[in-house]
Design a protein around this ligand. Structure first.
Ligand SMILES: NC(=O)c1ccc[n+]([C@@H]2O[C@H](COP(=O)([O-])OP(=O)(O)OC[C@H]3O[C@@H](n4cnc5c(N)ncnc54)[C@H](O)[C@@H]3O)[C@@H](O)[C@H]2O)c1
Length: 350
């Protein structure tokens, strides 16, 4: 396992760019990097309908510079990438939908902007390590469990197709010797700073939002599908390891929790922790059928062996921490604001 001081050595004083750093996972990563002493820049467009929120990076230690722009914007990317030691590329639309209407927007954010951003990386930070966060959704319906990196990719929705395309661009540029890319296929992540107010952020955000409102949880179908949810601090550590370690030809890692639980058991546990009645069982919505992958479990052996990373937070602990974070209204307690500028240098919050 990689020790905490090794991560400090890897990031202290280094110039790091986090795209999508005002979103759920990106903000947790940016805060962790700042705590490790990195010189962090966040590039985020606060895209409508995504989980970005400037309040996500309020508090913590160290300094985080924020540039509000699309990753495709050449001026912003040049400013953020010059002299950069590593890039964590998390900017994305994450909603999964079967609706064809949503495909064009997803294509624009997840493929077109990504391709332009990669061209900026090659131009302004050639050879830089780029960690791209893809998704387990690229595999589609598991042909076997747990799913390893050799599993066929057959996404069930547009988001999965586009995330797979962007992953392939990252890997192509690595094979061409132009970027030091690595792709992480993440399972469902949950925890503080997840966008609870948005639909289509996954069942965990939905469960947490209902629990925090005091509404009973609802489980679709029999709830027997397995999931391996990963608490956000574990996910952040996997990303930090991927940014810091010498990788050779290992370029794709599946990141998840070796512990699996049925969706019904997760709902029962959260209901108990939140003092709510047993979850209600509802018919599986017809519109979700085409994009339902059934049970999923991550084969974490490759990530554990090469990245020296392992999930450490149990589902009980992770759900309790999440309730505590929102229950205490942490956001209003935090006072230290950060400087935030738009791409033309205008101050957005002080
Ligand atoms: N949350 C999960 O469970 C999960 C699971 C698998 C993979 N992932 C991946 O992790 C990454 C982060 O996801 P998240 O849950 O934090 O999502 P999020 O919606 O909370 O954050 C995404 C951020 O990216 C920004 N963004 C989107 N398109 C942009 C663009 N073109 N230019 C600049 N900024 C842009 C948004 O404004 C937002 O702040 C994504 O790549 C996602 O696909 C997340």
């Amino acid at each position: 396992m990689v020790r905490a001081e090794q991560l400090t050595n890897a990031y202290e004083g280094r110039r790091i760019l986090v795209t999508g750093g005002l979103g759920f996972l990106g903000s947790n990563l940016a805060l962790a990097l700042a705590d490790l002493g990195a010189d962090v820049t966040v590039l985020d467009s606060l895209a409508a309908g995504c989980g970005g929120d400037p309040r996500n990076i309020v508090g913590g230690s160290g300094s985080i510079r924020v540039v509000v722009a699309d990753i495709a914007c050449a001026d912003a990317a040049a400013d953020c990438l010059r002299g950069c030691d590593a890039v964590f590329n998390l900017a994305a639309e994450i909603a999964h939908t079967a609706h064809l209407d949503a495909a064009a927007r997803d294509l624009s954010l997840n493929v077109q902007s990504q391709l332009e951003f990669l061209a900026h990386c090659v131009k302004y930070a050639p050879g830089v390590r780029v960690v791209y966060t893809s998704t387990r959704q690229v595999y589609g319906i598991p042909q076997y469990l747990p799913v390893d990196e050799k599993h066929t990719t057959q996404p069930l929705d547009f988001n999965g197709v586009h995330k797979l395309a962007a992953s392939q661009y990252h890997l192509l540029l690595w094979r061409m010797g132009q970027l030091d890319s690595v792709v992480l296929n993440l399972t469902n992540i949950y925890g503080p700073r997840i966008a609870l107010h948005l639909p289509q952020q996954g069942f965990l955000a939905n469960f947490l939002a209902r629990a925090l409102r005091g509404d009973g949880l609802e489980v679709f179908g029999d709830g027997e599908q397995l999931r391996d949810p990963l608490y956000v601090t574990d996910a952040v550590r996997s990303i930090l390891h991927a940014g810091a370690i010498s990788l050779g030809t290992n370029r794709v890692f599946n990141i998840g929790n070796p512990e699996t639980h049925s969706i019904l058991d997760i709902a029962r546990l959260l209901s108990k922790l939140a003092g709510l009645p047993e979850p209600a069982i509802r018919p599986f919505p017809a519109e979700l059928r085409p994009i339902d992958v059934g049970s999923y479990a991550t084969d974490v052996r490759h990530a554990e062996a090469v990245l020296g990373w392992r999930a450490t937070v149990s589902i009980e602990e992770g759900l309790a921490n999440s309730l505590r974070f929102y229950g205490k209204e942490v956001r209003t307690e935090l006072s230290r604001a950060r400087k935030m500028t738009s791409v033309d240098g205008q101050e957005l919050i002080a």
